[in-house]
Design a protein around this ligand. Structure first.
Ligand SMILES: [Fe+2]
Length: 215
């Protein structure tokens, strides 16, 4: 990526990948999925002398959102898809698994109603709505990097058992298989990959080889 440096902090007992994108031009940072462990994320921001201006959530599961309130200040804008937005302020079945559930948290500043190009603060990116793991799951694309949340992992995919839908996820994965070009894939858990590698080696994408796209 040309415009930002990318850092990864692993947070939460679920070992969620929280990504920090620091502008090469200013001290602004964008944080994707601050799932927990505010102090770890803050320490990283301090060490790179960055201030958090934007928080993007790939979906509303607790292990991707819980440190958002601690991290935000009056200049920070938080964005999430409309179909997962209520996860910020409604407790759910996961609350029993969390020691100190901070919800209700503050509502999002930017609700993503549709796909397309966005600019928040100085950060420009595209949003792909990829429902299936949750209704409001999205992928964020910055230049040649795709942040796939729990939709697509290196050699697997996210589960649908926590509020997801298998047919939706299948359609979303098919879209990713046919999405033009190649990207670094930075998932919500485990290691990074590339879309071209996933098309060949991830059985959940590979199966679309030779299928037709319905538009
Ligand atoms: Fe998830």
């Amino acid at each position: 990526m040309n415009s930002c440096y990318i850092y990864k902090v692993i947070v939460s007992p679920m070992r969620t990948n929280c990504y920090i994108l620091k502008s090469k031009a200013t001290k602004s940072a964008l944080v994707i999925d601050p799932g927990d462990d505010y102090s770890l994320i803050k320490a990283k921001l301090d060490s790179i002398q960055a201030s958090c201006r934007v928080i993007l959530l790939t979906h509303g599961h607790f292990d991707h959102i819980l440190a958002a309130d601690s991290l935000r200040n009056k200049l920070t804008q938080v964005a999430i898809h409309k179909d997962d937005e209520k996860c910020l302020y409604e407790k759910d079945v996961f609350s029993s698994m969390i020691e100190n559930d901070p919800r209700p948290m503050y509502p999002a500043d930017v609700i993503i109603y549709k796909e397309g190009k966005y600019k928040i603060d100085e950060f420009e990116f595209s949003v792909l709505h990829t429902p299936g793991h949750t209704k409001g799951s999205v992928c964020y694309i910055f230049e040649d990097c795709m942040f796939t949340g729990d939709t697509l992992f290196k050699n697997s995919i996210g589960t649908t058992i926590f509020g997801g839908d298998e047919n939706d996820l299948n359609e979303s994965l098919k879209r990713l298989y046919y999405y033009p070009g190649d990207f670094a894939v930075l998932p919500g858990h485990e290691d990074a990959t590339t879309l071209s590698d996933a098309r060949i080696n991830n059985p959940f994408l590979r199966k679309f080889k030779g299928s037709t796209i319905e538009r």
